[in-house]
Design a protein around this ligand. Sequence first.
Ligand SMILES: Cc1cc2nc3c(=O)[nH]c(=O)nc-3n(C[C@H](O)[C@H](O)[C@H](O)COP(=O)(O)OP(=O)(O)OC[C@H]3O[C@@H](n4cnc5c(N)ncnc54)[C@H](O)[C@@H]3O)c2cc1C
Length: 314
Amino acid sequence: MDKFKDFAGGFLESVGRPLMTGVSLKEHSSFRIGGKAEFFFEAGSAEELKAAVARARLESVPFYVIGGGYNILFPDEGYLGLIIQNRAQGISRGPGPGEIEVLSGTPLSKVLQFALDNGLAGLEFLAGIPGTLGGALYSNAGAFGSSIGDIFRAGVFLDEKGNERTAEGNDLAFAYRRSALQQKHSIALSAVLKAAAGDPEMIRNGIEENLDKRRRKQPPWGTPCAGSYFKNPVLPDGTKVSAGRLLEEAGARNVRVGDAAVFSGHCNFLINLGRARACDVLALAAELKERVRATSGILLEEEVIYLPGSFSMF
Ligand SMILES: Cc1cc2nc3c(=O)[nH]c(=O)nc-3n(C[C@H](O)[C@H](O)[C@H](O)COP(=O)(O)OP(=O)(O)OC[C@H]3O[C@@H](n4cnc5c(N)ncnc54)[C@H](O)[C@@H]3O)c2cc1C
């Protein structure tokens, strides 16, 4: 108990704002699932983010940085440690022509609006992808044949020892829903994105078209889910197969565990009908993987991240 208080006290001293305790992670996940975080802190700037990470490291308290919580399944038992929600936001014109400099906690929707307002094209594929720049860099988020790695020019990161590093071009080894951030456990602080001068009317039309495609195949906006649950498998010859189609062929459409269900309009969306727990989603996902393996011989891999467990220091 004393150590618990010491951590909260030391945190306030070095970060400048208090952390919260016993925060429901359900409220910070688009799946609307999850127990409580022992400690929770909303970092409002890159300085607060760095200070919070440094303090947790110093005290050896397990910590996990989240953005918007649009791609995470939090455990029912909650998280023993510190969840840091990154709200460090800011967008400006970058150093080179057509470049945009963005802080990692900025929602992608704001980045897209900035591009539109400034007549910058090439980011339209981001339309309708919820979450922050940091979350997008982590999983190389994308849609309609493009992903964030394609427009990444450079960025500033905290490495696993807490040192600031810069990365450029393909230093982050972007691939389909992968980036080196996943192995290196680095935290994105900011990035410079590449765009090109474009006609605002065409940019607006591109955004509208993409939003329209989403409306036709995805659950209505606000349905508790975390986007596509599985990655589209890539065959040895490089062909990408639709996970949704494999699931459909495996008879996934009406499968349900508790309140965790397959969305009827697109089998790769697992949704929370109201009171689903993480264990229901995990059981449903396991059942679906087994069905697809049995019908196609393909093992699906999760795109949604299940937060790893931790142990309490207190
Ligand atoms: C309706 C819906 C539609 C979606 N459509 C798409 C789509 O078309 N394409 C797509 O790719 N995804 C899609 N997603 C998933 C989601 O929007 C993306 O994965 C997005 O990038 C998540 O960003 P986030 O800020 O919410 O990250 P979070 O969910 O908060 O975190 C995801 C991961 O990123 C890590 N992370 C967060 N911030 C940082 C940081 N600053 N530095 C390092 N790591 C960090 C976290 O630790 C975690 O491991 C969709 C989700 C929903 C709900």
